[in-house]
Design a binder for this molecule. Structure first.
Ligand code: NAI
Length: 307
């Protein structure tokens, strides 16, 4: 019995990069897979039905004989109606839906002070709104069958920080909050929700600006991180083996897997008579300052080379 035998899984943005490897690994583990992708550029401009169909064909060629089955879908995650159609298509094709992987994504990097409203909206629509739309469209199925699994893609750009990605960081940290909320709200229906924060050399990372020598050296190291290295954790989470894992944020970078922290009070100070702005400066901030977080970026925290 394969790990995902009999399961029906929907992977958004599965026409390339990390999502393609998710779809292939899940089909190899016995699942039927809806391969969703609008086939757009990293910036989310244009569309092409080719990538989703190519991955679905590859799955059917390689695994079709063993009962796995893939279909392609080119609806956008970024609108409520089309997101509903992704879920509807999966349920109609497979007769059920067991796992939703919210993986589709775009980038519109720009320093905050220059970021346009359009750049903000485009990224929030695909990542945060898109993850909500697809997850919400699947929720009635998960609720009525009293089982289901969500896997959402977050990023250390949001969890830790990065330059020039205010839209993306806000969306990705928002997805962490969305995942935790789903895990809480749907626990009584045995529905699980977790996040994966990947590090992988995909065309998305290829768009990181490499102007300085430091940036160039960093990107060379990133090339060693294969997209396929993220898939085993997703397959585990999707399977019954992961049945008691929910509300967590994992990071995967080549052969390393991390459990990421979630925000908790770090220190507290108390004054029985209450605070004034002056005593806050002299006492509270003086006491808390030693524990302030530096203005770190993802690369400052993940400061060693991928293993
Ligand atoms: P990618 O650009 O190779 O793949 C993203 C896919 O999403 C593309 O095939 C694209 O056509 C599709 N897509 C874009 N907008 C869509 C829409 N509205 N509806 C349906 N599909 C759409 O990128 P990659 O690297 O594979 O990223 C996958 C996920 O992992 C993304 O959510 C990304 O933010 C996240 N991630 C990736 C990291 C990395 O190191 N590659 C780091 C942190 C997060």
């Amino acid at each position: 019995m394969k790990l995902l035998e009999g399961k029906a899984i929907l992977v958004t943005g599965a026409g390339g990069g990390i999502g393609r490897d998710f779809a292939l690994a899940m089909a190899a583990a016995g699942a039927s897979v809806l391969v969703n992708d609008i086939g757009t550029s990293v910036k989310g401009e244009g569309s092409d039905a080719g990538p989703a169909q190519k991955v679905a064909d590859e799955i059917n060629d390689r695994f079709g004989g063993s009962g796995a089955r893939a279909i392609a879908n080119t609806d956008s995650v970024a609108h409520w109606e089309s997101a509903n159609n992704i879920v509807k298509t999966a349920v109609e094709a497979f007769g059920r839906l067991d796992v939703v992987v919210n993986n589709a994504g775009i980038l519109r990097d720009r320093f905050f002070f220059n970021m346009s409203v359009e750049e903000w909206r485009a990224v929030i629509d695909v990542h945060l709104n898109g993850s909500f739309y697809v997850a919400r469209a699947a929720a009635p199925h998960f609720k009525s069958q009293e089982s289901g699994c969500y896997i959402h893609m977050t990023s250390t750009s949001g969890l830790v920080g990065n330059l020039g990605q205010a839209n993306y960081s806000a969306a990705k940290l928002g997805i962490a909050g969305l995942s935790k909320s789903i895990a809480l709200d749907m626990a009584k229906y045995h529905v699980r929700s977790n996040c994966i924060s990947p590090f992988a050399w995909s065309r998305m990372i290829g768009s990181i600006p490499t102007e300085t020598e430091d940036q160039k050296a960093r990107v060379e190291k990133l090339k060693a991180m294969e997209t396929a290295k993220i898939a085993p954790l997703a397959v585990f989470l999707a399977s019954e083996e992961g049945r008691d894992v929910t509300g967590q944020i994992f990071a995967v970078r080549a052969n390393e897997i991390f459990l990421m922290s979630q925000s908790r009070p770090l220190r507290s100070v108390h004054r029985a008579e209450g605070w004034t702005p002056e005593t806050i400066g002299a006492h509270a901030i003086a006491a808390l300052r030693a524990h302030f977080y530096p203005l770190e970026r993802s690369q400052d925290v993940f400061s060693w080379d991928p293993l």
